[in-house]
Design a protein around this ligand. Structure first.
Ligand code: ZN
Length: 282
């Protein structure tokens, strides 16, 4: 599989779901082995595990006083489209626009503008089982010849312990919108989060019902969104993972523990890694 970038400069804009601040973003094509990186106020923030500064309801990156919030949906779409070299410049604002709450807006913008480059992608080939845990929740990865992921969880009042899968078909997860439960809304506002959130860019779930007029895009949309987030966080490894990653009730915190653990193991290897380990987080 070859590395990829975009054919031309691409711009988009919109409000950030947590900050409520308007952002203007320009995507710049880059050469092989540049990686994905964010640019704001002349500071380059590489989209990698070391740049993560918060995983509280979103994955935020930072460096030298510059903060880039909520990178996960864009990162997920870039990973799924095979774009691994790009400068994401925030001309205004500091949060990636939420658009409709899913990855669809990024997908629509990028799907016909992917430019394959000459060099092969870097990959992580899992040879053995790896697992991170946090109480009941866990993420485990097992060897597989390509990348695939699954998410198992429950949606209060709708169903318990269902599994959704991603096996390379971007349309399985790209439409799924971000969500929260009604009882969480006040708490999010109190903590200064979700300032840009509304029913046009997020699903609000009651106990067995949905506040949004059109309902859900699929009965398991919240789980599909969790999978979109998981893929976006895995994209921070900057390499294609050859393995099956399975999340049971995981979220950004556990996703981060997983990629941090994996990247620690990777540091001394360039292309292929042999992994056998298990860790628990408090
Ligand atoms: Zn999300």
């Amino acid at each position: 599989m070859r590395q990829g970038t975009v054919r031309e400069e691409i711009s988009f804009e919109g409000v950030g779901i947590h900050s409520g601040v308007f952002s203007k973003v320009v995507l710049h094509p880059e050469r092989e082995n540049t990686g994905i990186r964010f640019l704001k106020d002349s500071v380059i923030v590489p989209a990698n595990v070391e740049s993560v500064v918060s995983t509280d309801h979103s994955t935020d990156l930072g460096k030298d006083g510059v903060l880039i919030k909520t990178v996960e949906h864009l990162m997920s779409v870039l990973y799924m489209l095979g774009i691994d070299n790009l400068t994401v410049e925030l001309v205004e604002g500091f949060e990636v626009p939420i658009l409709d709450g899913s990855g669809y807006g990024f997908y629509k913008l990028l799907k016909d503008r992917v430019l394959p480059l000459d060099e092969e992608k870097q990959s992580v080939e899992l040879k053995e089982h790896i697992q991170v845990k946090n109480c009941k929740a866990y993420i485990q990865a097992t060897p597989y010849d390509t990348f695939s992921a699954s998410y198992t969880g429950s949606v209060r009042g709708f169903f318990e312990n269902r599994t959704v899968k991603f096996k390379g078909n971007i349309k399985d997860i790209v439409h799924a919108r971000t969500f929260c439960y009604d009882y969480e809304v006040e708490h999010l506002f109190k903590r200064g989060l979700a300032k840009g959130g509304n029913l046009k860019n997020a699903v609000v779930l009651g106990n067995g019902f949905v506040y949004n007029k059109g309902g859900l895009r699929s009965h398991d949309e919240p789980l599909r969104h969790k999978l979109l987030d998981l893929v976006g966080d895995i994209a921070l490894l900057g390499k294609v993972v050859k393995g099956h990653v399975m999340s049971y009730m995981g979220g950004h915190n556990l996703n981060y523990e997983f990629i941090r653990h994996l990247s620690q193991k990777l540091r001394s290897f360039s292309k292929i890694v042999f992994i056998s380990s298990s860790v628990s987080t408090p």
